[in-house]
Design a protein around this ligand. Structure first.
Ligand code: NAD
Length: 360
Protein backbone atom coordinates (compact mmCIF):
# COMPACT_ATOMS: atom_id res chain seq x y z
CA UNK A 1 0.00 0.00 0.00
CA UNK A 2 3.00 2.26 -0.59
CA UNK A 3 1.00 4.76 -2.65
CA UNK A 4 -1.52 5.07 0.19
CA UNK A 5 -0.73 7.44 3.06
CA UNK A 6 -2.05 6.56 6.50
CA UNK A 7 -3.11 9.06 9.14
CA UNK A 8 -3.65 8.25 12.81
CA UNK A 9 -6.30 10.43 14.40
CA UNK A 10 -7.36 10.03 18.00
CA UNK A 11 -10.78 8.39 18.18
CA UNK A 12 -10.65 7.03 14.60
CA UNK A 13 -9.39 3.63 13.56
CA UNK A 14 -7.41 4.86 10.51
CA UNK A 15 -7.55 7.40 7.70
CA UNK A 16 -6.19 6.51 4.24
CA UNK A 17 -5.27 9.04 1.58
CA UNK A 18 -4.44 8.34 -2.04
CA UNK A 19 -3.93 10.33 -5.20
CA UNK A 20 -6.42 8.95 -7.70
CA UNK A 21 -6.55 9.16 -11.49
CA UNK A 22 -6.20 12.73 -12.77
CA UNK A 23 -4.62 13.93 -9.54
CA UNK A 24 -7.87 13.88 -7.57
CA UNK A 25 -7.37 13.25 -3.87
CA UNK A 26 -9.33 10.41 -2.30
CA UNK A 27 -9.70 10.07 1.47
CA UNK A 28 -11.19 7.02 3.17
CA UNK A 29 -11.88 7.42 6.87
CA UNK A 30 -12.45 4.32 8.97
CA UNK A 31 -14.00 5.43 12.24
CA UNK A 32 -14.59 1.98 13.70
CA UNK A 33 -14.54 -1.67 12.68
CA UNK A 34 -15.45 -2.96 16.14
CA UNK A 35 -18.78 -4.41 14.99
CA UNK A 36 -17.82 -5.26 11.40
CA UNK A 37 -16.51 -3.73 8.17
CA UNK A 38 -16.84 0.06 7.96
CA UNK A 39 -19.60 0.94 5.52
CA UNK A 40 -20.31 4.43 4.19
CA UNK A 41 -20.81 6.23 0.91
CA UNK A 42 -18.30 7.99 -1.30
CA UNK A 43 -18.86 11.72 -1.64
CA UNK A 44 -17.52 13.53 -4.73
CA UNK A 45 -17.54 17.09 -3.59
CA UNK A 46 -15.92 20.45 -4.25
CA UNK A 47 -14.96 22.69 -1.38
CA UNK A 48 -15.33 26.44 -1.92
CA UNK A 49 -12.13 27.41 -0.17
CA UNK A 50 -9.46 26.36 -2.66
CA UNK A 51 -6.53 26.67 -0.24
CA UNK A 52 -8.20 24.80 2.61
CA UNK A 53 -10.00 22.19 0.55
CA UNK A 54 -8.00 19.24 1.88
CA UNK A 55 -8.58 20.30 5.50
CA UNK A 56 -12.30 20.78 4.82
CA UNK A 57 -12.56 17.41 3.10
CA UNK A 58 -10.76 15.72 5.98
CA UNK A 59 -13.04 17.38 8.54
CA UNK A 60 -16.08 16.24 6.55
CA UNK A 61 -14.95 12.64 6.09
CA UNK A 62 -14.05 12.27 9.77
CA UNK A 63 -17.40 13.62 10.98
CA UNK A 64 -19.37 11.60 8.43
CA UNK A 65 -17.55 8.34 9.19
CA UNK A 66 -18.30 8.70 12.91
CA UNK A 67 -21.94 9.33 12.01
CA UNK A 68 -21.93 6.05 10.06
CA UNK A 69 -20.69 4.15 13.13
CA UNK A 70 -23.60 5.56 15.14
CA UNK A 71 -26.07 4.81 12.34
CA UNK A 72 -24.88 1.19 12.10
CA UNK A 73 -25.30 0.83 15.87
CA UNK A 74 -28.74 2.47 15.68
CA UNK A 75 -29.69 -0.04 12.98
CA UNK A 76 -28.33 -2.92 15.09
CA UNK A 77 -26.16 -3.96 12.14
CA UNK A 78 -22.83 -5.83 12.31
CA UNK A 79 -21.06 -2.94 10.61
CA UNK A 80 -18.60 -0.23 11.52
CA UNK A 81 -18.54 3.34 10.26
CA UNK A 82 -16.56 4.63 7.32
CA UNK A 83 -16.83 7.24 4.62
CA UNK A 84 -14.92 8.35 1.54
CA UNK A 85 -14.49 11.78 0.01
CA UNK A 86 -13.00 12.49 -3.39
CA UNK A 87 -12.21 16.18 -3.67
CA UNK A 88 -13.73 17.36 -6.95
CA UNK A 89 -13.28 20.49 -9.05
CA UNK A 90 -16.00 22.88 -10.18
CA UNK A 91 -15.98 21.67 -13.77
CA UNK A 92 -17.79 18.58 -14.99
CA UNK A 93 -15.62 15.61 -15.95
CA UNK A 94 -15.62 14.06 -19.40
CA UNK A 95 -17.14 10.53 -19.24
CA UNK A 96 -13.83 8.75 -19.95
CA UNK A 97 -12.02 10.76 -17.23
CA UNK A 98 -14.84 10.04 -14.78
CA UNK A 99 -14.64 6.34 -15.62
CA UNK A 100 -10.87 6.24 -15.01
CA UNK A 101 -11.29 8.18 -11.76
CA UNK A 102 -13.84 5.72 -10.36
CA UNK A 103 -11.79 2.76 -11.56
CA UNK A 104 -8.87 4.13 -9.55
CA UNK A 105 -11.18 4.69 -6.58
CA UNK A 106 -12.30 1.02 -6.91
CA UNK A 107 -8.63 -0.03 -6.77
CA UNK A 108 -8.18 2.11 -3.64
CA UNK A 109 -11.14 0.37 -1.95
CA UNK A 110 -9.88 -3.06 -3.03
CA UNK A 111 -6.47 -2.41 -1.48
CA UNK A 112 -8.13 -2.00 1.93
CA UNK A 113 -9.19 -5.69 1.67
CA UNK A 114 -12.76 -5.32 2.83
CA UNK A 115 -12.33 -3.22 5.98
CA UNK A 116 -14.21 -0.49 4.06
CA UNK A 117 -17.34 -0.98 1.94
CA UNK A 118 -18.31 1.90 -0.30
CA UNK A 119 -21.61 3.13 -1.78
CA UNK A 120 -23.19 6.05 -3.63
CA UNK A 121 -23.41 9.41 -1.84
CA UNK A 122 -23.67 13.12 -2.70
CA UNK A 123 -21.99 13.72 -6.07
CA UNK A 124 -21.68 10.03 -7.01
CA UNK A 125 -24.14 7.92 -8.96
CA UNK A 126 -25.20 4.30 -9.36
CA UNK A 127 -23.28 4.40 -12.66
CA UNK A 128 -20.07 5.39 -10.79
CA UNK A 129 -20.61 2.50 -8.35
CA UNK A 130 -21.05 0.11 -11.26
CA UNK A 131 -17.56 1.15 -12.42
CA UNK A 132 -16.22 0.72 -8.86
CA UNK A 133 -17.76 -2.80 -8.79
CA UNK A 134 -15.58 -3.77 -11.76
CA UNK A 135 -12.53 -3.30 -9.49
CA UNK A 136 -13.78 -4.43 -6.07
CA UNK A 137 -16.60 -6.43 -4.56
CA UNK A 138 -16.67 -4.15 -1.52
CA UNK A 139 -19.37 -1.88 -2.90
CA UNK A 140 -23.14 -1.77 -2.25
CA UNK A 141 -26.15 0.18 -3.50
CA UNK A 142 -25.97 -1.36 -6.97
CA UNK A 143 -28.89 -1.59 -9.35
CA UNK A 144 -31.03 -4.72 -9.33
CA UNK A 145 -29.65 -5.79 -12.72
CA UNK A 146 -26.19 -5.99 -11.11
CA UNK A 147 -27.40 -8.07 -8.17
CA UNK A 148 -28.04 -5.10 -5.88
CA UNK A 149 -31.27 -4.28 -4.08
CA UNK A 150 -31.76 -0.97 -5.91
CA UNK A 151 -32.35 2.52 -4.54
CA UNK A 152 -32.25 2.51 -0.71
CA UNK A 153 -34.26 5.77 -0.42
CA UNK A 154 -37.74 4.15 -0.22
CA UNK A 155 -36.58 2.14 2.82
CA UNK A 156 -35.14 5.29 4.40
CA UNK A 157 -38.52 6.95 3.85
CA UNK A 158 -40.31 4.04 5.59
CA UNK A 159 -38.10 4.54 8.65
CA UNK A 160 -38.86 8.26 8.79
CA UNK A 161 -42.56 7.60 8.26
CA UNK A 162 -42.48 5.12 11.17
CA UNK A 163 -40.86 7.81 13.32
CA UNK A 164 -43.43 10.45 12.35
CA UNK A 165 -46.28 8.09 13.27
CA UNK A 166 -44.61 7.20 16.59
CA UNK A 167 -44.03 10.86 17.54
CA UNK A 168 -47.57 11.79 16.51
CA UNK A 169 -49.13 9.02 18.57
CA UNK A 170 -46.86 8.99 21.63
CA UNK A 171 -45.72 12.58 22.00
CA UNK A 172 -48.10 14.90 20.14
CA UNK A 173 -51.23 12.92 20.98
CA UNK A 174 -53.25 14.31 18.07
CA UNK A 175 -55.24 12.55 15.31
CA UNK A 176 -53.20 12.35 12.12
CA UNK A 177 -55.64 14.38 10.05
CA UNK A 178 -55.12 17.30 12.46
CA UNK A 179 -51.31 17.15 12.31
CA UNK A 180 -49.67 19.63 9.93
CA UNK A 181 -46.37 18.53 8.41
CA UNK A 182 -43.96 20.66 6.40
CA UNK A 183 -41.84 18.48 4.12
CA UNK A 184 -38.60 20.16 3.09
CA UNK A 185 -37.09 18.42 0.07
CA UNK A 186 -39.01 16.21 -2.34
CA UNK A 187 -36.10 14.23 -3.71
CA UNK A 188 -35.58 10.48 -3.49
CA UNK A 189 -36.53 10.23 0.20
CA UNK A 190 -38.97 13.16 0.41
CA UNK A 191 -41.12 12.04 -2.53
CA UNK A 192 -41.50 8.53 -1.06
CA UNK A 193 -42.27 9.94 2.36
CA UNK A 194 -44.87 12.27 0.87
CA UNK A 195 -46.75 9.30 -0.54
CA UNK A 196 -46.90 7.48 2.82
CA UNK A 197 -47.93 10.61 4.73
CA UNK A 198 -50.57 11.49 2.15
CA UNK A 199 -52.12 8.01 2.31
CA UNK A 200 -52.15 8.22 6.11
CA UNK A 201 -54.19 11.44 6.02
CA UNK A 202 -51.74 14.03 7.42
CA UNK A 203 -52.13 17.72 6.47
CA UNK A 204 -49.13 18.26 4.21
CA UNK A 205 -47.18 21.37 3.22
CA UNK A 206 -44.26 21.10 0.80
CA UNK A 207 -41.13 23.10 0.10
CA UNK A 208 -38.29 22.55 -2.37
CA UNK A 209 -35.92 24.76 -4.35
CA UNK A 210 -36.71 22.74 -7.47
CA UNK A 211 -39.83 24.04 -9.26
CA UNK A 212 -40.07 20.69 -11.06
CA UNK A 213 -40.23 18.74 -7.79
CA UNK A 214 -43.01 21.03 -6.53
CA UNK A 215 -44.93 20.83 -9.79
CA UNK A 216 -44.77 17.00 -9.80
CA UNK A 217 -46.09 16.81 -6.24
CA UNK A 218 -48.91 19.32 -6.82
CA UNK A 219 -49.98 17.44 -9.96
CA UNK A 220 -49.95 14.08 -8.20
CA UNK A 221 -51.75 14.91 -4.92
CA UNK A 222 -54.69 17.10 -3.88
CA UNK A 223 -54.75 19.52 -0.97
CA UNK A 224 -51.00 20.12 -0.68
CA UNK A 225 -49.85 23.65 0.03
CA UNK A 226 -46.56 25.01 -1.26
CA UNK A 227 -44.37 27.03 1.13
CA UNK A 228 -41.54 29.00 -0.52
CA UNK A 229 -38.13 28.06 0.95
CA UNK A 230 -37.60 31.55 2.44
CA UNK A 231 -40.84 31.30 4.45
CA UNK A 232 -40.38 27.94 6.16
CA UNK A 233 -39.13 29.42 9.42
CA UNK A 234 -41.93 32.01 9.65
CA UNK A 235 -44.85 29.60 9.80
CA UNK A 236 -46.16 27.31 12.49
CA UNK A 237 -46.31 23.53 11.91
CA UNK A 238 -46.76 20.50 14.14
CA UNK A 239 -43.93 18.65 12.39
CA UNK A 240 -41.07 19.92 10.29
CA UNK A 241 -39.51 17.12 8.23
CA UNK A 242 -36.10 18.10 6.79
CA UNK A 243 -35.20 15.89 3.82
CA UNK A 244 -32.81 18.13 1.94
CA UNK A 245 -29.76 19.60 3.67
CA UNK A 246 -27.64 19.39 6.78
CA UNK A 247 -27.45 22.07 9.51
CA UNK A 248 -30.95 23.26 8.65
CA UNK A 249 -31.58 24.09 12.31
CA UNK A 250 -28.83 26.39 13.47
CA UNK A 251 -28.02 29.28 15.77
CA UNK A 252 -29.61 31.79 13.39
CA UNK A 253 -33.08 30.21 13.42
CA UNK A 254 -33.37 28.06 16.55
CA UNK A 255 -34.92 30.83 18.66
CA UNK A 256 -37.62 31.71 16.18
CA UNK A 257 -38.88 28.43 14.75
CA UNK A 258 -42.43 27.43 15.68
CA UNK A 259 -42.56 23.68 15.13
CA UNK A 260 -43.63 21.15 17.75
CA UNK A 261 -41.36 18.44 16.37
CA UNK A 262 -38.51 17.92 13.89
CA UNK A 263 -38.49 14.49 12.24
CA UNK A 264 -36.69 13.97 8.95
CA UNK A 265 -34.08 12.05 6.97
CA UNK A 266 -31.43 14.71 6.33
CA UNK A 267 -28.06 13.91 7.89
CA UNK A 268 -26.67 16.31 10.51
CA UNK A 269 -29.83 18.42 10.72
CA UNK A 270 -28.83 20.27 13.88
CA UNK A 271 -25.74 22.50 13.80
CA UNK A 272 -24.37 21.42 17.21
CA UNK A 273 -25.27 20.25 20.74
CA UNK A 274 -25.93 23.82 21.92
CA UNK A 275 -28.59 24.33 19.24
CA UNK A 276 -30.00 20.87 20.04
CA UNK A 277 -30.29 21.73 23.74
CA UNK A 278 -32.03 25.02 22.87
CA UNK A 279 -34.69 23.01 21.04
CA UNK A 280 -35.15 20.83 24.11
CA UNK A 281 -35.37 23.88 26.40
CA UNK A 282 -38.11 25.24 24.14
CA UNK A 283 -39.91 21.82 24.33
CA UNK A 284 -39.42 21.22 20.61
CA UNK A 285 -39.16 17.48 20.01
CA UNK A 286 -36.20 16.37 17.90
CA UNK A 287 -35.92 12.83 16.51
CA UNK A 288 -32.14 12.29 16.09
CA UNK A 289 -31.42 11.87 12.37
CA UNK A 290 -29.37 8.68 12.40
CA UNK A 291 -31.75 7.00 14.86
CA UNK A 292 -34.53 7.17 12.25
CA UNK A 293 -32.86 7.46 8.79
CA UNK A 294 -31.14 4.09 9.09
CA UNK A 295 -33.40 2.34 6.53
CA UNK A 296 -31.09 2.87 3.55
CA UNK A 297 -28.08 1.54 5.44
CA UNK A 298 -30.15 -1.45 6.59
CA UNK A 299 -31.09 -2.27 2.99
CA UNK A 300 -27.52 -2.03 1.71
CA UNK A 301 -26.32 -4.23 4.57
CA UNK A 302 -28.72 -6.98 3.45
CA UNK A 303 -27.45 -6.45 -0.10
CA UNK A 304 -23.90 -6.96 1.18
CA UNK A 305 -24.94 -10.20 2.88
CA UNK A 306 -26.20 -11.52 -0.48
CA UNK A 307 -22.94 -10.39 -2.13
CA UNK A 308 -20.83 -12.37 0.34
CA UNK A 309 -22.86 -15.53 -0.16
CA UNK A 310 -25.97 -15.47 2.04
CA UNK A 311 -28.62 -17.77 0.55
CA UNK A 312 -31.80 -15.73 0.37
CA UNK A 313 -33.93 -14.22 -2.40
CA UNK A 314 -33.72 -10.49 -3.17
CA UNK A 315 -37.40 -10.06 -2.24
CA UNK A 316 -36.84 -11.74 1.10
CA UNK A 317 -33.78 -9.56 1.78
CA UNK A 318 -35.82 -6.41 1.05
CA UNK A 319 -38.69 -7.52 3.29
CA UNK A 320 -36.33 -8.26 6.17
CA UNK A 321 -34.64 -4.85 5.72
CA UNK A 322 -38.00 -3.06 5.91
CA UNK A 323 -39.13 -4.97 9.02
CA UNK A 324 -35.79 -4.42 10.79
CA UNK A 325 -35.91 -0.71 9.90
CA UNK A 326 -39.34 -0.22 11.47
CA UNK A 327 -38.38 -2.28 14.53
CA UNK A 328 -35.12 -0.39 15.15
CA UNK A 329 -36.59 3.08 14.61
CA UNK A 330 -39.24 2.39 17.26
CA UNK A 331 -36.73 0.81 19.64
CA UNK A 332 -34.41 3.83 19.31
CA UNK A 333 -37.18 6.37 19.87
CA UNK A 334 -38.54 4.51 22.91
CA UNK A 335 -35.09 4.33 24.48
CA UNK A 336 -34.11 7.92 23.67
CA UNK A 337 -37.34 9.59 24.82
CA UNK A 338 -37.56 7.55 28.01
CA UNK A 339 -34.22 9.14 29.03
CA UNK A 340 -35.10 12.58 27.62
CA UNK A 341 -38.23 12.66 29.78
CA UNK A 342 -36.20 11.87 32.89
CA UNK A 343 -33.25 14.17 32.25
CA UNK A 344 -34.48 17.01 30.00
CA UNK A 345 -31.25 16.58 28.00
CA UNK A 346 -31.48 16.95 24.24
CA UNK A 347 -32.36 13.77 22.30
CA UNK A 348 -29.30 14.49 20.11
CA UNK A 349 -27.00 14.18 23.13
CA UNK A 350 -28.87 11.19 24.56
CA UNK A 351 -28.75 9.35 21.21
CA UNK A 352 -24.96 9.78 20.96
CA UNK A 353 -24.57 8.55 24.54
CA UNK A 354 -26.74 5.50 23.85
CA UNK A 355 -24.80 4.60 20.69
CA UNK A 356 -21.46 5.02 22.51
CA UNK A 357 -22.67 2.70 25.26
CA UNK A 358 -23.99 0.11 22.75
CA UNK A 359 -20.53 0.21 21.12
CA UNK A 360 -18.77 -0.84 24.31
P1 NAD B 1 -32.05 14.14 -3.12
O1 NAD B 1 -30.87 14.86 -3.64
O2 NAD B 1 -32.74 13.11 -3.95
O3 NAD B 1 -33.19 15.22 -2.70
C1 NAD B 1 -32.93 16.42 -2.04
C2 NAD B 1 -34.08 17.37 -2.40
O4 NAD B 1 -33.90 18.55 -1.60
C3 NAD B 1 -34.09 17.81 -3.87
O5 NAD B 1 -35.40 17.73 -4.39
C4 NAD B 1 -33.59 19.26 -3.79
O6 NAD B 1 -34.14 20.08 -4.83
C5 NAD B 1 -34.11 19.67 -2.43
N1 NAD B 1 -33.42 20.83 -1.84
C6 NAD B 1 -32.12 21.16 -1.90
N2 NAD B 1 -31.91 22.31 -1.23
C7 NAD B 1 -33.10 22.69 -0.72
C8 NAD B 1 -33.54 23.79 0.08
N3 NAD B 1 -32.70 24.75 0.47
N4 NAD B 1 -34.86 23.86 0.42
C9 NAD B 1 -35.72 22.92 0.00
N5 NAD B 1 -35.36 21.85 -0.75
C10 NAD B 1 -34.07 21.76 -1.11
O7 NAD B 1 -31.59 13.53 -1.71
P2 NAD B 1 -32.24 12.32 -0.91
O8 NAD B 1 -31.56 11.05 -1.28
O9 NAD B 1 -33.72 12.41 -0.97
O10 NAD B 1 -31.74 12.64 0.57
C11 NAD B 1 -32.29 13.71 1.32
C12 NAD B 1 -31.53 13.87 2.62
O11 NAD B 1 -31.62 12.67 3.38
C13 NAD B 1 -30.03 14.14 2.44
O12 NAD B 1 -29.60 14.99 3.50
C14 NAD B 1 -29.40 12.77 2.62
O13 NAD B 1 -28.07 12.86 3.09
C15 NAD B 1 -30.31 12.18 3.68
N6 NAD B 1 -30.35 10.72 3.66
C16 NAD B 1 -30.73 10.06 2.54
C17 NAD B 1 -30.78 8.68 2.55
C18 NAD B 1 -31.23 7.91 1.32
O14 NAD B 1 -31.51 6.71 1.45
N7 NAD B 1 -31.35 8.54 0.17
C19 NAD B 1 -30.44 7.96 3.71
C20 NAD B 1 -30.07 8.67 4.85
C21 NAD B 1 -30.02 10.06 4.81
Amino acid sequence: MSDIKELDIHGWSKVYIKELYGGFIGIISIHSTKRGPALGGCRFYHYDNHKAKFALALEDVLRLSRGMTYKAVAGNLPLGGGKAVIVSEFYELKPDVRRSLFESFGDFVEKLKGIYITAEDIGTTVEDMKIVSERTKHVVGLSESLGGLGDPSPVTAIGVFTAINWITEKLLGKPKNKVSILLQGLGKVGSNLLEHLYNEGYRIYISDVSPKAIENALNKYNNLEYIPPDEIFDREFDIFSPNALGKVINSSNVDKIRYKAIVGAANNQIENYEVAQKLQDRSIIYAPDYAINLGGLTLVYYEYELRIGKQRSMEEAKEIAIEKTKENVIKNLEEIFEIVNRTNKSPAIIADEIMESRLK
